[in-house]
Ligand binder design. Structure first.
Ligand code: MG
Length: 375
């Protein structure tokens, strides 16, 4: 295919509940949506970068800048027709910016698969028509609040709950939830808030039969993570530092983790995500699909990916209503604790024109013939 034009839509989508980070509290989300127009058809995707550089160095406005100044001009400059599978290589001269790269790559996959009449899940090798849904429960005011929230989520049908923990809000909260739900698939996420000095404290989590402890230590301290893993029975899962198949391989080799949270945006697209997937199967690592507060566009990608047989644990795959009063696409709904893999071609979903209109703050159109291609 040849890329003829790209639209970059910036939306402000109201969230059902506020999202807190080190940059403060947000009640809506700044979403960057990419529409590609190719000679063979069009495709859509979402950039999963946060509005602030709180999860990684990327952020929405920065992702848009690198798309406009570098990634899109580079693809406009390709004179031969190309396949979506070659986008990773074509964009490799641009260092970093995985979430921006993933957005344009996924949109091109959507365009290509739609034109070929194929679903993303089938193209990736997915086999499950339904994927088990998981949900994240934030740090509540106290143990009772967290137990009550978990009860609500279980009542809604979620089969796996991930509890956020932090120093001072950990062992006793997890104990209370475990006592109330002895058989629930339970996981905890420390978001880098602990140090190796907390090994003894964290080892107290071992009695709760957690599927894993996610990112207890700072993202760049792989050796400390390996040291901690050797002192715990609960498997360690890493999130933030796993930016490529190489980093996943090294963290598994070091013993820094034995469970992998795979996020398509964090690793720079579907091509790299599939390399991570194959590597994890080869190494028999625990594997699940992570989430980034996506709209239905990003969720469709996550759900398609989670339909592959090698994902051993339910991911951060929640229904649209967990995040949005009204989703950008047709909503993903929970049925018997699962989300259905879209049956339509490509991602299987597209932005609703009324939702685009209602939430759009700006749109930028870039045309091949008007943009000077990057060498
Ligand atoms: Mg995490």
């Amino acid at each position: 295919m040849r890329l003829e034009a790209v639209e970059l839509h910036r939306l402000e989508m109201p969230l059902v509940r506020p999202f807190r980070s080190a940059h403060g509290e947000r009640t809506s989300r700044d979403v960057l949506v990419v529409r590609v127009v190719c000679d063979e058809g069009e495709g859509w995707a979402e950039c999963v970068a946060e509005p602030d550089p709180s999860y990684s160095p990327e952020y929405t406005a920065g992702a848009q800048a690198v798309l406009e100044d570098h990634l899109i001009p580079r693809l406009f400059g390709i004179s031969e027709p190309f396949e979506a599978s070659s986008v990773r290589g074509l964009l490799s001269p641009v260092v970093g910016h995985p979430m921006a790269k993933a957005a344009i790559e996924v949109a091109l996959w959507d365009a290509q698969l739609r034109s070929q009449g194929q679903r993303l899940a089938d193209a990736l090798g997915g086999i499950r028509p339904l994927v088990p849904a998981g949900v994240v429960v934030g740090i509540g005011a106290d143990a009772a609040t967290m137990v009550a929230e978990v009860a609500d989520r279980v009542e809604e049908g979620y089969r796996r709950v991930k509890l956020k923990i932090a120093p001072g809000a950990d062992v006793e909260r997890v104990r209370a939830v475990r006592e109330a739900f002895p058989d629930l698939a339970l996981q905890v996420d420390g978001n880098g808030a602990y140090s190796v000095a907390d090994a003894l404290l964290l080892s107290k989590l071992d009695e709760f039969e957690l599927q894993y402890l996610e990112q207890p230590l700072a993202p760049d301290d792989w050796l400390a993570s390996a040291r901690l893993a050797s002192q715990l029975r609960t498997p360690i899962c890493l999130d933030e530092p796993l930016v490529s198949a190489v980093s996943v391989g090294q963290c598994l080799d070091l013993g820094a983790c034995s469970v992998v949270n795979l996020k398509v945006g964090r690793v720079g697209g579907l091509q790299e995500a599939m390399d991570v997937y194959r590597l994890c199967i080869e190494r028999r690592a625990g594997l699940w699909v992570g989430g980034m507060l996506e709209t239905g566009l990003g969720r469709a990608v996550n759900v398609a990916l989670a339909s592959l047989a090698g994902f051993t644990m339910p991911g951060d795959l929640s229904a649209s209503s967990r995040y949005w009063h009204e989703d950008l696409t047709e909503p993903f709904e929970l049925k018997d604790g699962c989300l259905a893999v879209p049956t339509d071609t490509g991602l299987g979903v597209a932005p609703r024109p009324d939702m685009l209109r209602k939430n759009r703050r700006s749109v930028k159109l870039m045309k091949r013939e008007e943009i000077r291609a990057k060498p």
